[in-house]
Design a binder for this molecule. Structure first.
Ligand code: ADP
Ligand code: ASP
Ligand code: MG
Length: 437
């Protein structure tokens, strides 16, 4: 069985939902994972902001406007009055529920419940549409099988067990529809897999059922060789190794959620990125083969802070790096890039929640300097160290751009550069011009 995930734009209007229905109804049994309609999660975040601020007028106004949009979609989506009414009732009950939060205490727990409503509505609507058109589809409620553990990591054993039971209870359906993004945490509370996390849902589900393939359907023909939001004439990359895709997703290629590759890779399930607006296009196939000696793509990760620790004591001192890393660990702050020399070490982080405390602690070991508003530019491909010429090509492309750090040799698949965020666009364009044209 295959798992197909459709993102927000792919279910962003009545017409798009109809297109998705056409795409998935080929007689083959499958699991379909849906995001909320595009813009919905952002609006739910906005509503939550009003609720945190106890501005119920602002919340109600935004809730009403969103509800109106949904009612219009319902009107366009269904052809019979019965189904229009059924859908309107369901959607209205979700909006009434969101409205109920204007009366109570609002904390991050309630926010997660509010954020979950988008996926609950889109899946209910598409499922009803399929039923109206005579398709045997069933809803699989994600809140009953998708779960994270005490470390907020997905719990694959639980997911597999509960999902299998749900599938076994509904053996006759041809299409199973379920919500991306939403889950319960170890305490049974409604939670989510972070923004953009529907991709992760799809790959966790794919791994749980040992799917033949996981398909991520979006609004572009596969993974492009550079970020199409900053660079013109980017081209789709037809094949990527799991590791290459993971590096690109982690380092900013928004088309894939960073965590999405791991469950697929561990279970050796191919991931295909496809375009809902152009279903015939080949897209990108992600699997376990490398095309040798090829630079595949470039991506950029924003919001990076670089920290340099200079220390006379580092000279020949074993254990210095451990002490530095332990400080980051004690504040649960992940390090992205590391470069070292005999007199100092530079690292980058993207989570600055504990920056002040980290800097205070680091100052015990040496002189500390910080560069904020930086971007990691990541060049991905077969960069086996014995291949000659690749790293020099990338470095040469950035000859006119100030580079703060370079990291190469950490894996066989990437070389990363740290530049100022104001130089991001120029760096991406320079790399495309010299690597892909
Ligand atoms: P969805 O809502 O379907 O999950 P996303 O907006 O999360 O879609 O991801 C698709 C978008 O990712 C594209 O529209 C494109 O602008 C952006 N993107 C960024 N980098 C890349 C890349 N390297 N290849 C393709 N798309 C990319
Ligand atoms: N709806 C969620 C979001 O906008 C999850 C997703 O689309 O992947 O972040
Ligand atoms: Mg996405």
């Amino acid at each position: 069985m295959k798992v197909l995930k459709f993102g927000g734009t792919s279910v962003g209007s009545a017409q798009r939902m109809k297109d998705v229905a056409k795409l998935i109804c080929d007689g083959e049994q499958k699991i379909v994972v849906l995001s909320a309609m595009s813009g919905t999660t952002n609006t739910l975040v906005e509503i939550s902001d009003y609720l945190y601020k106890k501005n119920s007028d602002g919340a109600n106004e935004t809730i009403n406007a969103l509800e109106k949009k949904y009612m219009k979609v319902i009107d366009e989506l269904y052809s019979t009055e019965t189904y229009k009414q059924k859908a309107a009732e369901i959607v209205k009950s979700h909006f009434d529920y969101i409205r109920s939060f204007t009366k109570d205490l609002f904390t991050m727990f309630e926010e997660k419940v509010v954020l979950a409503q988008g996926e609950l509505m889109s899946t209910a609507m598409v499922n009803l549409y399929l039923n109206e058109t005579g398709v045997k589809s069933e809803l699989l409620p994600a809140l009953e099988f998708m779960r994270t553990d005490r470390n907020a990591e997905p719990d694959p054993v639980y997911i597999k067990e509960k999902l299998s039971a749900q599938l076994a209870a509904k053996p006759d359906a041809t299409i199973y529809i379920t919500q991306g993004f939403i889950c319960r945490n170890a305490y049974g509370e409604i939670d989510n897999l972070q923004r953009g996390g529907s991709d992760y849902s799809a790959s966790l589900i794919g791994a749980a059922i040992m799917a033949d393939e996981i398909q991520i359907w979006t609004d572009i023909d596969g993974m492009h060789n550079n970020d199409p939001r900053y660079v013109d004439n980017t081209k789709p990359v037809r094949n990527l190794h799991f590791e290459e895709a993971a590096e690109l997703a982690y380092f900013g290629a928004k088309i894939l959620h960073p965590t999405c590759i791991l469950p697929a890779k561990l279970n050796n399930i191919p991931v295909r990125l496809l375009n809902t607006m152009e279903p015939e296009a080949p897209g990108t196939l992600i699997y376990n083969q490398t095309e040798s000696s090829k630079i595949k793509a470039v991506a950029a990760k924003d919001g990076i802070t670089a920290i340099k620790i200079k220390s006379g004591r580092m000279l020949l001192a074993y254990g210095f790096l451990r002490k530095v890393f332990e400080i980051f660990e004690s504040y649960q702050t992940a390090i992205d890039m590391v470069t070292t020399s005999e007199v100092g070490v530079s690292v980058t982080i993207d989570n600055t929640k504990h920056l002040t405390e980290i800097l205070d602690d680091l100052k015990k070991f040496g002189t500390v300097t910080v560069d904020k508003d930086m971007v990691i530019i990541c060049v991905v491909g077969d960069m086996e160290w014995s291949n000659v010429g690749f790293e020099s090509k990338a470095v040469e492309a950035l000859r006119n751009i100030p580079v703060r750090m370079i990291s190469y040799g950490g894996s066989n698949y990437n070389i990363s550069f740290l530049v100022k965020s104001e130089d991001k666009k120029a760096a991406l364009q320079a790399l495309s011009a010299s690597l892909f044209e």
